[in-house]
Design a protein around this ligand. Structure first.
Ligand SMILES: [Zn+2]
Ligand SMILES: [Zn+2]
Length: 503
């Protein structure tokens, strides 16, 4: 029997990793992780506690032990909380994280899991079996949004309670279990088995939370390391952050993290989804379309199928026609359905083409929510009359020069920014647009940097030059490869939105 158990020195022999036959992490990390996720998904908390109490029971611990375990947990959590406070204080962490590629996000989560498994806890990697919330698939869902939510949740629990044990209904199901081995060992005087598992559960809860604390600490360290060192996977994201107003990066991150992974199923007649209907929803597909065209037209009920028949029969079995309901496969912008991001909103609001893509020509500059200067009004009128032009510049003798951008991604971002300041839905966008125009048109016959700046001042106010110069200075400091913020964003933008744009 132990008096004070030194948690730094004690590690119990591997039980769960053995039971589940988990691959060695050094051999294949992805396999290791996959197998743990499967093991966690297939176990109950009672299963896990049962394994643990095979070798441990309440009589193993003294009260002093518990006290020191709690203290030790608090220390680990305090370190994690400090790191979190710093991150949240500096802001933009969420945006940076959400803009990262999924493979990069996964790398950081795995690094956290690996290091937490090596950190001083009672069960090493076996602790994973107690922590169903810290899995790659859980934390990376919704484009990684769950991870940020979990960070905030951890901090909130830590700051409002001591001891800070993260609530988890799955785990708490094992909280008041009789010792499953009691019957077998009750008469075994030597082993002094205890009838309850109250203390074992408490120790395991502390251990669970310690593992989570370490996991957060190390995954955050991995992310912060990349930010500080501008590592390969982080470079592009930081460029987006630094080179755009926070507004644009933020909406890009929001848009990315709320992209759907799968189209919705909706009833072709009443447009409800299975979630709208709730329990007992039994959707069916039109069997003729399915067998003849391998095309799925969904209905929530026989009633809806009958009601829709007069419309559907015209194409049934002959042509792949659906109503393209919002968010369904037939909606080319299904990935954006239900999004709250301003960019996605705007993309959705734009009139689509026949094939469902968003047309660049539709990203216009009207209507305006405020009062434009006469010069800006003229600009807007000319742009509305010539949808292929991206901007009109004027020579010293007032001859218009059509500015047209060929690069599709740059054109899109240019137009989104142009729309932002010309319709005054946001007070940003002007500098990026001005920088791009100056970069590409200052040398154009009949134009010069001064002429262009003078025009922009007439359109958007006398402080425009000042704002643009400041913007360019920042761009230079950050050493943008392609020379302009819009140019450098174009690739990222196309990665996310490319398939939805047409000329
Ligand atoms: Zn229906
Ligand atoms: Zn059909």
């Amino acid at each position: 029997m132990a008096s004070t158990v030194d948690q730094a020195a004690v590690q119990f022999p591997p039980l769960l990793s053995k039971k589940f036959n988990i691959t060695d992490i050094k051999q294949d990390m992805l396999k290791w992780d996959k197998e743990w996720e499967a093991a966690i998904a297939s176990s109950t908390a009672a299963d896990v506690l049962k394994e643990i109490s095979r070798v441990l029971d309440d009589s193993f611990f003294a009260l002093d032990d518990l006290e020191s375990f709690h203290l030790d947990l608090r220390n680990v959590q305090e370190a994690t909380a400090q790191s979190l406070r710093k991150i949240f204080h500096e802001g933009h962490f969420k945006t940076i994280w959400l803009l990262l590629d999924a493979s990069e996000q996964r790398r950081h989560i795995l690094e956290g899991l690996e290091k937490a498994s090596e950190a001083p806890t009672f069960w090493g990697q076996d602790s994973r079996a107690l922590c169903p919330e810290v899995t790659v698939s859980n934390l990376l869902s919704e484009g990684g949004k769950r991870f940020v939510v979990f960070l905030a949740h951890f901090l909130e629990v830590f700051e409002s309670s001591d001891p800070a044990l993260l609530p988890n209904s799955w785990w708490e199901q094992a909280s008041d279990m009789p010792n499953p081995w009691w019957e077998q060992t009750a008469h075994d005087a030597e082993r002094k088995r205890s009838e309850s598992t109250k203390i074992v559960f408490e120790v395991a809860s502390i251990n669970r939370n310690k593992f989570i604390g370490f996991f957060l600490l190390f995954s955050l360290a991995s992310i912060l390391h990349d930010i500080t060192h501008r590592s390969k996977g982080m470079k592009d994201v930081l460029a987006v952050m630094e080179n755009t107003g926070a507004y644009f990066a933020h909406s890009l991150a929001q848009a990315k993290s709320s992209l759907r992974d799968k189209p919705l199923v909706r009833c072709e007649n009443c447009t409800k989804t299975p979630e709208d209907i709730g329990q007992g929803a039994r959707f069916m597909v039109c069997s003729t379309c399915k067998s003849k065209l391998q095309f799925e037209v969904h209905y929530c009920s026989q009633f809806c199928q009958n009601e829709d028949w007069p419309i559907h029969k015209k194409a049934c079995g002959k042509k792949k026609v659906s109503k393209g309901l919002s968010g369904t496969k037939g909606d080319n912008l299904w990935q954006f359905s239900g999004q709250l991001s301003p960019i996605a909103d705007m993309m959705r609001d734009l009139p689509g083409n026949q094939d469902g893509t968003v047309s660049l020509a539709n990203i216009g500059v009207s209507p305006c929510k405020g009062q434009r200067s006469p010069a800006a009004e003229r600009q807007a009128k000319m742009l509305e009359a010539d949808k292929d032009a991206d901007y009109f510049l004027f020579t010293a003798s007032d001859v218009p020069v059509r500015f047209v951008i060929d690069d599709l991604g740059a054109k899109m971002i240019f137009r989104i920014n142009r729309r932002m300041f010309m319709t005054q839905t946001a007070d940003s966008g002007l500098e990026a647009v001005a920088e791009y125009i100056l970069k590409h048109m200052s040398e154009y016959p009949g134009l010069s940097r001064d002429i262009i700046l003078k025009q922009l001042c007439a359109e958007y106010g006398n402080n425009t030059t000042e704002k643009v110069v400041e913007w360019e200075r920042k761009s230079r400091e950050r050493g943008i490869g392609t020379g302009t913020v819009i140019g450098s964003l174009s690739k990222d933008f196309m990665k996310i939105f490319g398939h939805t744009i047409s000329n």
